[in-house]
Design a protein around this ligand. Structure first.
Ligand SMILES: NC(=O)c1ccc[n+]([C@@H]2O[C@H](COP(=O)([O-])OP(=O)(O)OC[C@H]3O[C@@H](n4cnc5c(N)ncnc54)[C@H](OP(=O)(O)O)[C@@H]3O)[C@@H](O)[C@H]2O)c1
Length: 338
């Protein structure tokens, strides 16, 4: 086993269901990694709605898990200890996934859940990619979205939607994204046709599509299959928010086959990010200690791109500034083009 010494770790866990403020900061010494395991110092980790649903009891699939329970599934960082033969040396830059426990300064995971972080992918992005990106990619794969498609994606400016829309574009599809007025410019910058959600949306989508809509992905969960049906989308090419839930839970499964599949998706995402097939906007970057505030940001349902936590010195100034710049642009331009 290669290691840089005993490792003190801090993590967030909770003893009962509740809002984000049930998260408790706890510390301990990590045992050396066991066979096939790697210990990572986390530089960045992200916030996902599914983690909140599991924590507040809205999602009951893991109801039999023992207490206390940890939080977080995406991370990126540096290897600080590794069992022999894992293929990862101390100092390697990695990104990975875990069923739970990524909201931490360090964690130990099977090497099978890690991939090498490309140099060109920033730490913030690398730590925000797994659950949202793999959900986005898996859905596009299952629908076999390609260049003949015109696909509608709901919540297109959100964590999953912003990756999904860009990857669908990268495959050559025509993409219509539903959003609020404030995101029109953001989506246009990504090559996505924005359509305002809410009353009258079917007509707006028809006008924007100017031809058949061939697939519909409802990330947000308000549109319903009736809307896709009314647009002439075949039932087999509609995906509901419940389908998304099933995919997310399968991506968090720690069965070895599921882990391998998740890691394959993460490897593909890392490469797609490296070549610029999509850009992940981190519109909220918080210190790990501000995990409650970060969850509250995501819960506003208007965070745009991803909300990420970081363990190294972090200033929220840059991302807040970026969000304000986007707001200022969309306030003027979108109102002219609605
Ligand atoms: N079924 C499940 O188990 C499951 C699992 C995970 C997530 N979800 C849901 O999926 C949604 C998106 O997930 P995410 O991870 O991408 O979250 P996110 O990053 O928080 O995305 C929020 C996005 O939703 C958009 N939005 C807000 N109100 C909307 C509405 N009435 N109709 C359509 N879009 C709306 C926002 O756009 P504007 O800012 O432009 O309004 C924003 O871009 C969340 O609502 C989440 O609760 C469901």
């Amino acid at each position: 086993m290669k290691s840089s010494g005993a490792i003190q770790a801090t993590w967030f866990e909770y003893d009962h269901y509740g809002d984000a403020d049930v998260l408790q900061k706890r510390t301990g010494t990590l045992p050396p990694p066991g066979p096939g395991e790697v210990t990572v110092e986390v530089f960045s980790t992200s916030i996902n709605h599914m983690e909140a649903f599991l924590r507040n009891g809205h999602e009951e699939t893991w109801a039999d898990d023992p207490w206390p329970r940890r939080s977080g599934s995406d991370f990126a960082g540096i290897v600080v200890a590794a069992a022999a033969g894992t293929g990862f040396g101390v100092g390697a830059s990695v990104m990975g996934h875990v069923r739970t426990g990524a909201h931490a300064t360090h964690l130990t995971v099977p090497a099978a859940s890690l991939v090498v972080k490309p140099d060109r992918v920033s730490w913030e992005v690398a730590g925000g990619l797994y659950l949202a990106g793999a959900t986005a990619l898996e859905t596009l794969d299952r629908l076999r979205i390609g260049s003949d498609d015109t696909v509608v994606v709901s919540a297109a400016a959100g964590g999953v939607g912003s990756i999904q829309t860009q990857l669908a574009r990268h495959r050559g599809a025509r993409v219509i994204g539903t959003c609020g007025d404030r995101n029109f410019d953001y989506l246009r910058q990504l090559g996505i046709t924005p359509v305002r959600y809410g009353e009258g949306m079917a007509d707006r989508i028809r006008r924007a599509a100017d031809g058949p809509v061939t697939a519909y992905i409802d990330n947000f969960g308000k549109d319903g299959s009736e809307l896709a049906d009314a647009l002439g989308v075949p039932a087999r090419r509609y995906r509901s928010s419940a389908d998304r839930r099933d995919i997310e839970l399968s991506l968090l499964d720690d069965d070895p086959d599921a882990v391998m599949h998740g890691t394959d998706l993460l490897r593909r995402l890392a490469e797609l990010a490296r070549i610029g097939a999509f850009r992940l906007l981190v519109s909220g970057l918080y210190p790990l200690d501000d995990v409650v505030e970060a969850f509250e940001d995501l819960a506003t349902m208007h965070s745009r791109g991803k909300v990420v936590l970081a363990t190294r010195p972090v200033t929220t100034y840059r991302t807040i500034k970026a969000r304000q710049v986007h707001e200022a642009m969309s306030g003027g331009y979108a109102s002219l083009t609605r």
